[in-house]
Ligand binder design. Structure first.
Ligand code: ADP
Ligand code: MG
Length: 700
């Protein structure tokens, strides 16, 4: 790849603004832009014209098929390809694509999870074009980003509620901006830059690990002599094979208009990170899904496998996704950036407070939004933020808020009591202490970084909850301010009250500290939900249902179905892990342990034949140890199987998820301990699985 050509091929596979402007009739372009930028309704004749232009563009680029590309609740993306061809009267074919096909599709989607919605409402779902996210070509297929709904209009995907939450936030944020005299802004949107972590191992090693193949993570494996202790991998020199992968990946992503920017090694051996430049949340969401898919594909081309699981290796850092989130206007100003005038600063403080209040009031929703079986292994494991949600502001901004709350002079440069809306906010430096990574939700100068997301999560879930919660704070503020007689006084009082009421969520200390868990839960009353089974039912708490429905982000039925689906996904994932563990234990590990013990026993017999008085301490000790471990492995596997069978009798999915938390996960851990102990005694050539050392240091 020649660097000079990047600007030429960047976005070459995307039907983006440049293409639209050049191929669409002027009026159609203007009308479509209105839909994209301001959420205006799309007219059928506009769709017809766009479809024609899109088809011509795609066919010229070699596309033969099109698909409505959507994000069902399974967590991956879905697509069903149709070819453009239609028979023509002369016996040939034409490449056809109508406005109607662009706008709406009907995937035969009866096996996508719906949590009972479809049974209750309509048998079939449909996909609807999301014109705010650009169409693109992948594998000779024109992919049209869509939302997936039931005929009753219930969302069956992650995209629809995300778009609704963006709309809700826009509406409330505009009310606030108007109050501050800002009449020019037409639209407020959120932007996200998701930093993606992943592991790369060789295909050769991967193929020998059924646990990685079936579950995405290793279910067994003794620690390797060297792990991440030396921190020598972080930002270290990138190995040639990885560098080739990254170059190839960048090229693929750039063609799709994805602004892949930073690629570096992460803390754990074989772990890496890719950060794109931020974009509008719905686009960032689509692009992150696409990015994960392409990472896997490109890895395969290089004889590598990209692991996106949150915790592929025990005892080694897992992978997360940092969701850098900000709020900006269509006129280009970032509302989380302190400004230069007193009014801008007061507005900044109000928005900052809205986020603080939102995170405190809806800690549970944020925790729920990142809850999966995989991510549960990470949160609170002293490598990722704890399961307890708190906000990091840095020392200076915290001191400013403290001063405002107490009505005391801020001991910055000028030392005076600040009156909001009149005085300029003291300048504060962007705090660097947030580098400790222990805070789940950190302010980083002009954006918040929500760090609890798992590496395989769609960012849609976290952002729909965050947007909705902030929309709710802003709504409460706007309701109060719109009726205020003295705007400044009410504003000042409201900011003080928010700080007073919600300062329990502010925490600049070390989130890994045991003392923090105690303080957070016992003194501050923050919620702590270590597992998916603990947090998920709270999705249906009255306060959450009422907030999310009042902003039109979810209906009550949608929330109920989502709660069921998330719990189902959790249970299914763990059940697959149990089945995999049983198979590996019984058909690979136990035979290996027995073989090795047998080899040693035969050695004893042979040695004694040579010389009767041989003690054979080594062999007999190991044979005894392995024999005891084999019994343990057998019994633990039997126990685990019985516990898994008992799950079938669970009353409902919630009861099942709790049984998994209380019986299955500890049982899996016990079985693993026995297997990992056996691994340390069995000869390398007899062990059926590549070791952690081989997996983690396989890429040269
Ligand atoms: P840091 O080093 O503090 O993490 P970076 O500037 O490297 O900050 O950004 C990390 C990620 O945050 C990148 O994906 C970047 O595009 C994104 N980002 C930067 N500014 C914003 C913003 N205003 N809104 C959303 N994301 C942002
Ligand atoms: Mg970062």
């Amino acid at each position: 790849m020649e660097t000079a050509k990047v600007p030429e091929y960047f976005g070459s596979m995307v039907f983006d603004d440049r293409v639209m402007r050049s191929v669409l009739p002027g009026k159609v372009y203007t009308s479509l832009r209105k839909t994209i930028d301001e959420g205006k309704k799309l007219r059928p004749e506009v769709a017809e014209s766009v479809a024609k232009a899109m088809r011509d563009w795609a066919v010229e680029k070699g596309a033969t098929h099109f698909t409505h590309w959507f994000q069902p609740l399974t967590g991956v993306t879905a697509e069903k390809h149709d070819s453009f061809i239609e028979p023509s009267p002369d016996g040939g074919v034409i490449m056809a694509f109508s406005g109607k096909t662009l706008i709406q599709g009907e995937p035969d989607a009866s096996s996508f999870p719906t949590g009972g919605i479809r049974a209750t409402f309509e048998a079939r779902g449909y996909t609807a074009w999301d014109p705010t996210s650009y169409a693109f070509i992948k594998d000779k297929t024109l992919c049209i980003p869509t939302a997936f709904c039931s005929y009753g209009g219930e969302a069956l995907d992650k995209k629809t509620p995300l778009l609704r939450s963006m709309e809700a936030l826009n509406k409330q944020a505009l009310r606030i901006l108007r109050l501050f005299g800002n009449d020019k802004v037409k639209y407020v949107h959120t932007s996200v830059g998701p930093e993606q972590e992943y592991f790369l191992i060789t295909k050769e090693m991967y193929d020998k690990r059924p646990d990685l193949k079936y579950t995405g993570r290793t279910l067994f494996g003794a620690r390797s002599p060297k792990g991440q202790e030396m921190d020598d991998h972080y930002f270290g020199v990138i190995k040639p094979r990885v560098k080739d992968f990254m170059d190839d990946l960048d090229e693929e992503l750039w063609k799709l208009g994805i602004l892949a920017k930073t690629e570096h090694n992460e803390v754990a051996p074989a772990q890496h990170e890719l950060a794109p430049i931020y974009s509008k949340t719905n686009i960032a969401t689509d692009q992150n899904q696409l990015m994960m898919e392409i990472m896997k594909k490109v890895a395969a081309r290089h004889g590598l496998v990209c692991l996106l699981h949150e915790k592929p290796f025990e005892g080694v850092n897992g992978s997360g996704k940092h969701n850098n989130w900000s709020l900006s206007t269509d006129t280009g100003s970032n509302l989380l950036s302190p400004g230069d005038t007193p009014y801008e600063n007061a507005q900044f403080l109000l928005i900052l407070c809205a986020v603080i209040k939102a995170v405190d009031d809806y800690q549970d929703l944020l925790r729920i939004s990142v809850a999966t079986a995989g991510n549960d292994h990470r949160l609170g494991a002293n490598e990722a933020p704890p399961a307890i949600i708190s906000v990091f502001l840095g020392d200076e901004l915290t001191a400013i808020l403290d001063a405002i709350e107490a009505g005391t002079p801020y001991s910055g440069s000028e030392k005076k009591i600040m009156k909001l809306g009149v005085d300029v906010l003291p300048r504060f430096a962007r705090d660097n202490t947030d580098r400790n990574r222990t805070s789940p939700f950190a302010f980083t100068g002009n954006k918040f970084e929500f760090r609890s997301l798992g590496s395989s999560n769609s960012i849609a879930c976290a952002n729909m909850m965050l947007n909705s919660a902030v929309a709710e704070s802003l709504k409460i503020y706007a309701d109060r301010l719109e009726g205020a007689e003295n705007f400044e006084e009410v504003l000042h009082e409201m900011i003080r009250k928010t700080i007073r009421d919600h300062k329990r969520i502010l925490f600049n200390g070390n989130g890994y500290d045991e003392a923090w868990v105690k303080e957070a839960t016992e003194v501050r009353g923050l919620s702590n939900y270590p597992t998916t089974a603990d947090c998920m039912p709270h999705l249906l708490d009255e306060k959450n249902v009422s907030m999310l429905t009042s902003h039109g982000v979810f209906s009550k039925e949608e929330l109920q179905s989502r709660c069921d689906i998330m719990l189902e996904n959790y249970c299914k994932q763990v059940r697959i892990e149990v089945n995999t563990m049983l198979e590996i234990t019984r058909r690979m590990i136990l035979p290996a342990v027995e073989n090795y013990a047998d080899q040693l026993s035969q050695t004893v017999v042979r040695k004694k034949a040579v010389c009767d008085g041989m003690t054979c301490v080594y062999e007999t000790t190991i044979v005894k140890k392995l024999s005891a471990l084999a019994d343990e492995l057998f019994l633990k596997a039997e126990e685990l199987e019985r516990a898994a069978e008992d799950l079938n009798g669970a009353e409902d999915i919630l009861a099942e998820s709790r049984a998994i938390r209380d019986c299955i996960l500890p049982g899996m851990q016990e079985l693993r301990r026995a297997a990992d102990a056996a691994e340390t005694y069995v000869g390398k050539n007899c062990w059926p699985l590549p070791s952690y050392g081989e997996l983690l240091f396989s890429v040269k």
